[in-house]
Write a protein that binds this ligand. Structure first.
Ligand code: SF4
Length: 317
């Protein structure tokens, strides 16, 4: 005889899902690139750094034969090396050629377009300021596209302090996964210091922007927001910050295992979204967890339906 398990019940009555949420076109392309490469060549396939910042995605790819490495020298000569969605510096490209590696570039095309901007400004003899986080692989890769006159600016203080060769030849780009609020203070300092500064409105990508707009809408309706995403995912952290800035309590969770029943005390409406590197099945797991503990209805907010698709990178041989 099987015993029925009674889980402690929650007060939540409604789940509202953000739209869009989860995988963006760049992440889908990067994962597809690894899968196709494994299918064509068989394991092992080496990936420099995390292909995208989500531990569940990494685990799945590892089970298929992907090997994540931190250094190119960890890859045997002749091995296949895939560059992650965050992009790489020129030095990494050159070093992999010197080491005799076969490379496949899963850099998101939107990150690549920021690389091209930086290279163009540099060729035109501008100092380039990258508004973004130090030690983030995308920012390091973007900075490493040029040899010099490039500065990473992570705060208003750094914007105040940075030294350039010529105040009239300064340009900027931004990390693709920031929020408009993150960059506005820094940008206003830079515009005051360098009135002729050149640059795009921002290089925040459409997917980051759409997910942040959706979480703002969600915050108007939810008592609590759960962002599904890994702790080292920049865009997931920004979603949490946007929700909190709107005045809604918000937790960043890797999956349902991180949920704490206490969070739901007095919470009627739970909003759920997911970072650009988090698979939808993790969202489904969170929904299931909530529904096992109460009579909860499910509704999805209206929002932008993204139709952009990037073709996977494939090797020619
Ligand atoms: Fe590309 Fe934006 Fe996705 Fe990053 S978040 S992979 S830049 S689409």
């Amino acid at each position: 005889m099987t015993e029925e398990i009674h889980l402690p019940q929650i007060e939540t009555t409604e789940i509202v899902l953000a739209m869009p949420r989860g995988f963006c076109a760049g992440v889908e392309r990067a994962i597809e690139t690894v899968r196709l490469c494994l299918k064509k060549n068989g394991p092992p396939v080496y990936i420099l750094h995390e292909i995208v910042h989500n531990r569940h995605v990494l685990k799945e790819l590892e089970e298929l034969g992907a090997v994540f490495v931190e250094h190119l020298t960890d890859i045997p000569k002749g091995g296949i090396c895939i560059f992650s969605a965050h992009g790489v510096s020129r030095k990494v490209e050159q070093q992999s050629a010197l080491l005799g590696l076969k490379t496949l570039d899963a850099t998101c095309p939107l990150v690549s377009s920021v690389h091209r901007m930086v290279e163009k400004y540099h060729a035109d003899e501008y100092d380039v300021l990258i508004i973004g986080h130090h030690n983030h692989p995308e920012v390091e890769g973007t900075a490493g596209r040029v040899a010099d006159r490039v500065h990473i600016i992570a705060s208003e203080k750094e914007a105040m302090d940075c030294q350039v060769a010529d105040d009239s030849r300064v340009a900027f780009v931004t990390q693709t996964t920031l929020s408009v609020d993150d960059i506005s203070g820094i940008l206003s300092v830079l515009k005051k210091r360098f009135p002729l500064i050149k640059g795009p409105a921002s290089s925040i990508c459409f997917a980051t922007q759409n997910r942040q707009n959706a979480v703002k809408k969600l915050a108007e309706q939810a008592d609590l927001i759960l962002v599904v995403g890994s702790k080292n995912s920049s865009n997931s952290n920004r979603l949490q910050e946007v929700a909190i800035r709107q005045g809604t309590t918000c937790f960043l969770i890797d999956d349902k295992e991180d949920l704490q029943p206490l969070w739901l005390d007095g919470v009627r409406v739970v909003g759920i979204t997911a970072g650009a590197s988090a698979p939808e099945r993790l969202v489904e797991g969170v929904i299931k967890w909530l529904r096992e503990r109460g009579d909860v209805t499910l509704r999805e907010l209206a929002g932008v339906k993204e139709k952009i698709h990037f073709k996977a990178a494939e090797s020619n041989d």
